[in-house]
Ligand binder design. Structure first.
Ligand code: PMV
Length: 336
């Protein structure tokens, strides 16, 4: 028997990936940028075991047995077995996978990104496969490819139909902007109503606004965001982060039937951030929302105590409102 355990972090996009040009290879319609977050605060932990005695492949997620026939999981496994085939007898054995997240799963908190990055890192170690594994993570869950690297990461959409130029690159390592902090505000731990794959498909099929976004907004925004990160220009970084989150949710609302991820607490948080920034006459806090109502705030360390005080005042931790804060920071990625 052979066993490997890995831990992998989530990443939270500041320029969102929303929409695919290829559903199987998971190729996006725009470039995206994210930061990879501190693993201790929010991570997936995955153990993979291979044994000649196992009768079938199995997977447990947070202690519950899940369906191993999930097509994306099968795509990842098939790719590894193909690569391992000639070099390792383990490639012939059945495997058992146990994965758990230390944060709510499928609640729009990038659980699938951490989960697939972790699975792929563990399988690469198990099968002794070297080289780029981000493309295998990508076929599990698009955004997972960005969790393979640390710091600020860009996923370049590419233009080739085989996906070979849809690659990730590190813009800067985490050490480049050590003052950067992230607060995760868990508004609702429940599973999202519309999985991101279905939301994206509906957007691509029915939204007019998405065409404007991918052609006229994201290319320029990605360049400005990259420069803002390199120059540590928080104001520009924050403005584009908020505008991009708002636009992702606008194209969701422009889909038909509309895809609605945020709730009234999310909107109240948006108001609060803008009111705070106006009150201090600066842009000190930025929000962003993935496919769910939970907020991620980007801010500099020096502003954390004051803003946490503001949050505590306006959103005292009550049931069904903000239940917890998680303080993270950009980090280096996957740890075997
Ligand atoms: O990787 P997926 O299929 O779960 O897509 C997630 C997309 C967003 O989280 C909403 C945005 C992003 O870029 O991570």
């Amino acid at each position: 028997m052979s066993t490997v355990t890995c831990v992998a972090p989530v990443n939270i996009a500041v320029v969102k990936y929303w929409g695919k040009r290829d559903e199987t290879l998971i190729l996006p319609v725009n470039d995206s940028i994210s930061a990879t977050l501190d693993t201790e605060q929010q991570c997936a932990k995955t153990t993979v075991m291979a044994s000649p005695n196992f009768k079938e492949d199995c997977i447990w997620l947070n202690g519950q047995k899940e369906d191993i026939r999930n097509p994306r999981l099968q795509n990842c496994l098939a790719e590894f077995r193909k690569r391992a085939g000639n070099i390792s007898h383990i490639g012939q054995w059945k495997i058992h996978i146990c994965s758990e997240n230390n944060f709510p799963t499928a609640a729009g908190l990038a659980s699938s990104a951490a989960g697939y990055a972790c699975l792929v890192a563990a399988l690469a170690k198990l099968y002794n496969i070297e080289g780029d594994i981000s493309s295998i993570a990508r076929v599990g869950s698009g955004s997972a490819c960005r969790s393979v690297l640390g710091g600020f990461v860009k996923w370049c959409m590419g233009s080739l139909s085989d996906g070979t130029d849809s690659i990730i690159k590190q813009i800067v390592p985490a050490t480049h902007w050590p003052e950067m902090r992230v607060l995760i505000l868990v508004v609702d731990k429940g599973k999202k109503k519309v999985p991101s794959s279905i939301g994206m498909k509906r957007t691509m099929e029915t939204s007019d606004l998405i065409k404007h976004r991918i052609k006229h907004v994201v290319p320029d925004r990605v360049n400005k965001m990259e420069q803002a990160i390199i120059k540590k220009d928080f104001k520009t970084f924050a403005e584009h982060t908020m505008k991009d989150s708002n636009q992702m949710h606008a194209v969701c609302l422009d889909s038909y039937p509309p895809v609605i991820y945020m709730n009234e607490i999310s909107y109240a948080l948006i108001d609060l951030v803008h009111l705070y920034n106006e009150a201090v006459n600066d842009t000190k806090v930025a929000y962003t929302f993935d496919a769910g109502p939970n907020a991620t705030l980007y801010l500099l360390e020096e502003n954390v105590p004051e803003f946490v005080g503001v949050l505590d005042y306006f959103f005292p931790p009550l049931e069904n409102t903000l239940v917890e804060y998680r303080k993270g920071l950009p980090i280096e990625a996957v740890t075997p």
